[in-house]
Design a protein around this ligand. Structure first.
Ligand SMILES: Nc1ncnc2c1ncn2[C@@H]1O[C@H](COP(=O)(O)OP(=O)(O)OP(=O)(O)O)[C@@H](O)[C@H]1O
Ligand SMILES: [Mg+2]
Length: 267
């Protein structure tokens, strides 16, 4: 969170070295180097399709790089067996871009799911954990609802509850405020700040929501053309007069981007 002390000597929790990833066509990530400092919040910005969600998936081995190294707590995630990855994922809360809840399960069952998968808690202990987490996020009243009976904002909060129920040391958020009105977005921003204060997880927040980015970031990374175009504390973004950075923060297209979009439309 802005203003929290930095520990430049602590090793990063997550580190990419010369990471390459392509699907069909040009590389999405092109010799990408970056690191996520422990107990801090790193915000990843970048245009749609830049590879932000791909970066999050590489961090927990949901995707593997074509080349380069991905480390989590100094271990090579890119080389890990599925079994070892399960142990890494136990330490990580992941809020997916689509907020994917299990449609046929109630809120209680959805949030209890990671507890069933990863702990030996009995039914009563799981219920206590779920209740505590719902209360923390201010949504106790939703415990017996099905996902279809929730609004978009409620669904985000339930997905957030599921991501934090194991009190992970690391949180990955993919577009936590997309689809929410500004008030609901601010509520989510406040929840993230509260979680940072309470549990001090290492966090990575992928977002297009610039106000959110500045509320939560210790470090910001702008991903563009497969690499980090600019990375550092929020102040270097506010002070930057690089037209790419400015256009991103101010939400208008550069000449180059307009030409690219025009040629896409013409094609
Ligand atoms: N599993 C996959 N198979 C094939 N292509 C993929 C896959 N996952 C991602 N891509 C491609 O990789 C590129 C980066 O995708 P990614 O989802 O990381 O973008 P993003 O930066 O998260 O964009 P957005 O802001 O729209 O969510 C896109 O061109 C996408 O089509
Ligand atoms: Mg994405």
């Amino acid at each position: 969170m802005g203003g929290s002390p930095s520990h430049p000597t602590a090793p990063p929790l997550i580190a990419f070295t010369a990471v390459e990833k392509a699907f069909e066509g040009p590389p999405v990530l092109d010799s990408l180097d970056m690191s996520v400092p422990t107990s801090q919040t790193t915000v990843i910005l970048g245009p749609s399709g830049a590879g932000k969600s791909v970066m999050l998936k590489l961090m927990i081995g949901l995707l593997r790089p074509d080349a380069g190294e991905v480390r989590f707590a100094n271990e090579r995630v890119d080389l890990m067996s599925e079994r070892a990855l399960f142990a890494v994922r136990r330490r990580v809360g992941f809020l997916f871009q689509q907020g994917a809840l299990f449609d046929s399960m109630t809120v209680l069952e959805n949030i209890a799911f990671p507890l069933r998968e990863h702990t030996d808690l009995d039914t009563a202990a799981r219920l206590t954990c779920v209740r505590d987490t719902l209360a923390l996020l201010g949504i106790d009243g939703l415990i017996d609802r099905l996902p279809a009976e929730l609004s978009g904002g409620q669904r985000k909060r339930v997905a957030l509850a599921r991501a934090i129920v194991l009190r992970p040391e690391c949180m990955l958020y993919d577009e936590p405020t997309t689809g929410l009105d500004p008030i609901r977005s601010d509520v989510v921003a406040k929840l993230l700040q509260m979680l940072q204060r309470e549990f001090k997880p290492t966090s990575v927040v992928v977002t297009h929501d610039i106000p959110l980015a500045f509320k939560v970031a210790d470090q910001m990374l702008l991903l563009r053309n497969g690499r980090i175009h600019l990375g550092g504390p929020p102040e270097i973004f506010t002070k930057s007069d690089d037209p790419v950075v400015r256009s991103f923060l101010d939400g208008h297209a550069t000449e180059e981007e307009l030409r690219a979009i025009e040629s896409e439309v013409a094609a």
